[in-house]
Design a binder for this molecule. Structure first.
Ligand code: IMP
Ligand code: MG
Length: 174
């Protein structure tokens, strides 16, 4: 029988390491959003960031809500506007009173998050920040740096803990 673990070259982060990363990121986010009078909305980018997001928001100690988006980006790297397809959108019309924190699994070329951030800023959210579990800065094709980053990784393909290869491996806990 096909064993998923046989396909894994090495373990980048085990469950303990991931928990430590979530602790650190949540502590930063808790400290950075002290104004509890405004709603903090976690915008969870489907599908890869789902496992990370559920671990992260369990550690958030202020009122917050969750929304989901599914997007794909395409087109020339030099064209920074419009080249994002929205498959599932937010369930809110006006964003003016919200602080949005986009949760992503990994930043690669930077297209997805730079375009999604711009799109939500254009909808007049009070603030839009980004939190990614992993970042591959060596792969960047458009300028982008996440506000919160769990870990910088080399140019290697990463699976597990939500990240997939052809939709598989998301269920690996590491
Ligand atoms: P970007 O728009 O190029 O930054 O694309 C980021 C998206 O590419 C992520 O949300 C992932 O879906 C996917 N991706 C990039 N690198 C990896 C990887 O190493 N493993 C799994 N998915 C990846
Ligand atoms: Mg993704």
């Amino acid at each position: 029988m096909h064993q998923m673990k046989d396909d894994i070259k090495y373990i980048l982060a085990d469950e303990n390491k991931i928990a430590e990363t979530c602790d650190r990121l949540a502590a930063q986010i808790n400290a950075d959003y002290p104004d509890h009078s405004r709603e903090l909305v976690f915008v969870i980018v489907l599908k890869g960031s789902v496992l990370f997001a559920t671990d992260l928001i369990r550690r958030i100690n202020r009122p917050c809500t969750m929304e989901f988006m599914k997007v794909s980006s395409y087109g020339a790297a030099t064209i920074s506007s419009g080249q994002i397809k929205i498959h599932l959108d937010l369930m809110r019309e006006s964003l003016e009173q919200y602080d949005l924190l986009i949760i992503e699994d990994i930043v690669d070329s930077g297209r997805t998050l730079s375009r999604l951030t711009q799109l939500l800023k254009n909808r007049n959210a009070n603030s839009v920040k980004t939190c990614t579990l992993l970042d591959k800065p060596s792969r960047r094709e458009v300028p982008f740096s996440p506000d919160y980053c769990g870990r910088v990784v080399e140019d290697e393909f990463v699976v597990g803990y939500g990240l997939d290869y052809c939709e598989e491996y998301r269920n690996l806990p590491y």
